[in-house]
Ligand binder design. Structure first.
Ligand SMILES: Nc1ncnc2c1ncn2[C@@H]1O[C@H](COP(=O)(O)OP(=O)(O)OP(=O)(O)O)[C@@H](O)[C@H]1O
Length: 265
């Protein structure tokens, strides 16, 4: 259609989340991911990187938000209507997710774990990474020889790569990966990052959480470094006994007032 433009993969405004015990608060004033973008999020442990992926993958309910859209589809209204079925449908149609822990089903083989998204979605039988191509993906990730083993028969690094394959198998336009190379030796870590970075730019955007900013940058990711702010307990906290709240601000628009907790490189 003339004039039609591809919407951003992610559009979020004034998104926030708070830990149930009130000890941590993540604030996302503005976050946008354009089609084809490759963004690496780095920062200290506990800064809220996984929490951000949880919010963007619709796994975590935001405390507040003004806008949350994936590929132009409204997710905020679905949270407000408590429509968990529609949220799950939107999630499975738009994104592939690599959890930090791998989260493989222990009673299925590596091959069956990778193929799970295909089994759940009949339309993906026709996509480029359909069943026949599972082998090629496994070869790229160097796990072809262990496809018939169950997760408890795999090393941590092999499990991590099975989780990467499962996230890529049905070519969703948005890939969210939480430390996808954390358990891998340097060469394999680089290969996994290169694979994510090398996905067809017209089809996928990638947000990857990593502790290896140098490698991510070297592979070509734009890096967004987040920093958390834990105030020193003042007299009020001391007398009330309340713990200080750790806050993290994550925004893809650099702030100019000096308060921003992030830097771009
Ligand atoms: N269910 C929960 N209850 C209380 N606190 C929580 C909960 N979930 C997360 N947190 C807190 O939220 C903060 C952010 O956690 P998160 O896992 O997002 O950090 P991270 O930057 O991904 O850390 P890491 O690099 O170690 O994986 C941490 O202080 C964590 O303790």
């Amino acid at each position: 259609m003339a004039g039609a433009t591809t919407p951003p993969l992610v559009e979020a405004k004034e998104l926030s989340w708070e830990a149930p015990d009130g000890s941590f608060c993540l604030q996302v004033p503005q976050f946008t991911l354009a089609p084809g973008e490759r963004l690496a999020i780095t920062g200290p442990s506990g800064a809220g990187k996984s929490t951000l992926l949880g919010l963007l993958s619709l796994a975590l309910r935001p405390r507040n938000a003004q806008q949350l859209r994936l590929l132009g589809h409204e997710a905020l209204g679905l949270w407000q209507a408590d429509n968990l079925t529609a949220l799950q449908t939107l999630r499975s149609r738009t994104l592939g997710f690599v959890p930090q822990t791998g989260a493989l089903l222990p009673f299925l083989s590596a091959r069956e774990n990778i193929a799970l998204p295909l089994a759940r979605d009949p339309s993906s039988q026709t996509t480029s990474y359909a069943r026949a191509d599972l082998q090629k993906l496994a070869e790229k990730l160097e796990i072809a020889s262990c496809l018939d083993r169950r997760p408890d028969q795999l090393s941590v690094g092999q499990r991590q790569r099975v989780a990467v394959a499962r996230a890529l198998i049905n070519r969703r336009p948005l890939i969210l990966a939480d430390e996808p190379s954390a358990a891998l030796p340097p060469l394999q870590a680089r290969r996994v990052m290169e694979l994510l970075h090398g996905l067809p730019a017209s089809q996928a955007g990638v947000i990857m959480v990593t502790h290896d900013a140098a490698l991510a940058r070297n592979v070509g990711f734009r890096c967004l470094e987040v920093q958390m702010h834990t105030p020193r307990p003042g007299p009020r906290e001391n007398t009330s006994g309340r713990p200080a709240v750790t806050r993290t601000l994550i925004s893809t628009q650099p702030e100019t007032d000096g308060k921003a907790g992030e830097t771009f490189s």
